[in-house]
Design a binder for this molecule. Structure first.
Ligand code: 5GP
Length: 125
């Protein structure tokens, strides 16, 4: 069972943030890092994470500053524009075990550059 109550400083994305583990970074500023998913489900599959320690969407919305939140959501739009995704892309965030969240550091998946499955509820990420 994934524990979303207490932030695990050794989760894989924390280690990517500390640059202990390599990743293919596509975007970075003071608040946000975005990098390619190691198991892409589409030609474009990027993970966007805040640099702050938040386990999931609820933790981020309830506890991050407005500055951090705005920076995060603006980054998602900027990434989509910089990578020519405006002909269609999808944002997914898995929260908790039932949603099969694997990494307990809040993230959005951005997937695009292909025609995505019709039923978003049965999406691939
Ligand atoms: P979740 O199921 O938590 O929403 O998604 C976690 C995502 O992180 C998965 O799509 C998985 O492929 C990706 N991932 C797991 N470990 C690594 C890693 O070490 N590097 C990168 N770039 N992605 C990873």
């Amino acid at each position: 069972m994934l524990d979303l109550k207490k932030y695990d400083k050794n989760n894989i994305f924390a280690r990517i943030l500390r640059k202990e583990i390599n990743s293919k970074i596509v975007y970075e500023n003071n608040y946000v890092l975005a990098f390619e998913d190691i198991h892409p489900v589409a030609p474009f599959h990027v993970l966007v994470i805040p640099k702050g320690e938040y386990t999931c969407y609820n933790d981020f919305i309830n506890n991050a500053s407005q500055e951090e939140q705005i920076a995060f959501f603006k980054a998602v739009a900027e990434i989509s524009e910089q990578n020519d995704l405006l002909d269609g892309y999808r944002i997914v965030s898995n929260i908790g075990s039932n949603a099969r969240q694997m990494v307990p550091h809040f993230h959005f998946h951005i997937v695009g550059k292909k025609i995505l499955p019709h039923k978003s509820m049965e999406g691939e990420v």
